[in-house]
Design a protein around this ligand. Structure first.
Ligand code: ATP
Ligand code: MG
Length: 360
């Protein structure tokens, strides 16, 4: 079976370093590996509208921001199909049919939806579209027959839900759909990077982000203000690593060669951690090291973004072409789905013949 990737992001803001370690970095590697027949990368504007109905302009404005961030990170429109969800109306049709395969109780059990409802204070006024977005996400994934979905760990319940829908569809109708597998980062820090406040996961909606497009100064200020260990008051105090955002970020970003370049007195991250735990290592020193590491990762992204910003119409053109290509792929799957569901009346000559025979 051909290996195919589908993944995407909601255009609710610029992309941040949590997206980078959770999914973007991996996508670029997979794209360049040559192992995948297709790489579909979707800007999920329709999904973003499910909880931004008061704010459609925000979604509209952020399409270009997400596209610029994608390409700045190395997603290449020649190797990957970059497209906008709302332009593929076939996705709505698939969603509608899949709704029959899922119970309300099952949706209510979805832990991601549960926590997102809480986070947004929806309580009794949950929009139906938001509540059912796992079904729409199943349509996004299956429309492209994706085998592989590179995501952060918050998305695992969505992939599970998709697999259930595929299984049910293929059992009830015909084996048309492909069961996808999630690809989450190996390191725990990357699966769910916390925000700079150290509280919840870094999330556009929570305003605790370091954005890929932040200037070097903004990155420096944000790292200096980062949450560390409230018990580590004096440099000589023993420090704690659990929940210490600076060390979690080092887990996510730091490589061996960074020590040679920026902190040669330590041989590895383990040595640095051990010193912090023993006491005698100040937060500021660790933060300065993290600043160097992150600037090295972010600088080339910022520079490429500046170049891309010079020709915005070209970026829209890329999205338009990508959307046309994505639409063809989705239309092919929809046609197979409708045939399997036997709602392809006018193409089914056998049906027309059999019905006429009844009236002869
Ligand atoms: P929103 O607050 O609007 O939901 P978000 O910041 O959660 O935005 P999404 O567009 O929902 O971003 O997520 C896009 C992808 O990035 C998903 O694969 C998700 O798992 C991943 N991702 C988002 N935030 C993080 C994070 N903090 N750490 C790791 N991966 C993340
Ligand atoms: Mg999210």
């Amino acid at each position: 079976m051909d290996k195919i990737i589908l993944t995407g992001d909601r255009p609710t803001g610029r992309l941040h370093v949590g997206h980078y370690v959770g999914s973007l970095r991996r996508r670029v590697e997979l794209q360049n590996s040559g192992e995948y027949k297709k790489n579909f990368i979707m800007i999920a504007d329709a999904q973003a509208l499910t909880d931004n109905i008061e704010n459609p302009e925000k979604v509209r404005q952020n399409i270009i921001e997400v596209a610029l961030d994608y390409m700045a990170c190395g997603l290449d429109p020649i190797k990957s199909t970059l497209f906008i969800q709302s332009q593929i109306s076939e996705l709505c049709e698939l969603t509608f049919y899949y709704m029959d395969l899922v119970t309300v109780a099952r949706l209510q059990r979805n832990p991601t939806v549960k926590s997102e409802i809480q986070m947004r204070n929806f309580e009794a006024s949950i929009p139906v579209g938001f509540f059912t977005y796992p079904i729409s996400q199943a349509a996004d994934i299956t429309a492209f027959k994706a085998t592989t979905v590179p995501v952060g760990s918050d998305q695992l319940p969505m992939i599970e839900q998709t697999r259930e829908i595929v299984h049910k569809f293929n059992t009830v109708y015909a084996p048309v759909l492909v069961e996808p597998a999630a690809l989450v980062p190996k390191s725990e820090a990357c699966q769910r990077l916390p925000g700079i406040d150290g509280k919840a996961k870094m999330s556009k909606s929570l305003g605790n982000c370091i954005y890929l497009a932040d200037s070097a100064d903004e990155v420096r200020t944000k790292i200096m203000s980062m949450y560390t260990d409230p018990l580590h008051l004096q440099v000589s105090d023993p420090g704690h690593l659990e929940g210490n955002t600076v060390f979690i970020y080092l887990d996510a970003f730091c490589r061996q060669e960074h020590f040679e370049r920026y902190l040669p007195e330590y041989g590895s991250l383990d040595e640095l951690k051990a010193h912090y735990q023993r006491g005698g290592l100040g937060d500021v020193k660790v933060k300065r090291f993290l600043i160097n590491v992150m600037q090295e990762v972010l600088e080339p992204i910022r520079t490429r973004r500046k170049e891309l910003e010079k020709d915005i119409p070209a970026v829209y053109e890329i999205l338009k072409k990508g959307s046309e290509e994505a639409r063809q792929a989705a239309a092919q799957t929809l046609s197979e789905v409708k045939t399997a569901m036997r709602i392809n009346y006018f193409e089914d000559q056998e049906l027309i013949r059999a019905q006429s025979a009844r009236y002869e």
